[in-house]
Design a binder for this molecule. Structure first.
Ligand SMILES: [Zn+2]
Length: 183
């Protein structure tokens, strides 16, 4: 990602092939660490709510509401904020479900993320959509969910796991860790 040292400008910045940049001239050290991101499988009545992506990467594919965790923010708070920003309502019964690694190419930078996936319920359809990121929302019943239409490997794995635990329309999956309400 970097060709020159951001501290001294020297051209001999070494990359270890994983996450560490090391300047041989001034000793500057930079770790491009994994970023935390969150997503949520939201239930509305007898369907799951998914969002049609309105921008790259994966333009046009289906996504979960969610996004990057901000500096200083918890994943629980981030998922609540993202739901409110993207679909204009609040969810209830948010529970941690699983996590998975992902690679997210945005413009010229490849971000490595760890996506924390939650489950939750909404009692009304979206009131507004964050149109800078989302084209539309879709409500998909269990039999209609197509894993290959979901945008990212971490979310495809989470949905796979979710469907495998979904025994009937009376019993929706979710773990027993509940997120505290947003204050
Ligand atoms: Zn340097």
């Amino acid at each position: 990602m970097f060709r020159h040292c951001p501290a001294c400008g020297a051209p001999d910045l070494a990359f270890d092939g994983c996450n560490r940049y090391d300047c041989r001239t001034c000793g500057f050290l930079f770790y491009q660490n994994t970023a935390a991101a969150c997503g949520v499988i939201l239930r509305y009545e007898d369907a799951v709510l998914l969002l049609r992506r309105g921008r790259e990467p994966a333009l046009g594919m289906l996504d979960f509401p969610g996004g990057f965790v901000d500096p200083g923010e918890s994943a629980e708070r981030a998922v609540q904020r993202e739901i409110r920003e993207e679909i204009g309502i609040d969810a209830r019964d948010l529970r941690y479900f699983c996590s998975g690694p992902n690679r997210y190419q945005f413009r010229d930078v490849l971000y490595h993320t760890c996506d924390l996936v939650f489950t939750g319920t909404i009692d009304e359809p979206p009131r507004s959509l964050q149109t800078s990121e989302v084209d539309a929302y879709v409500l998909v019943k269990r039999a209609e969910i197509r894993i290959e239409e979901i945008a990212f490997p971490s979310l495809r794995s989470a949905m796979d796991e979710y469907i495998s635990r979904w025994s009937s329309d009376d019993e929706w999956p979710g773990s027993n860790v509940t997120v505290s309400p947003l204050k």
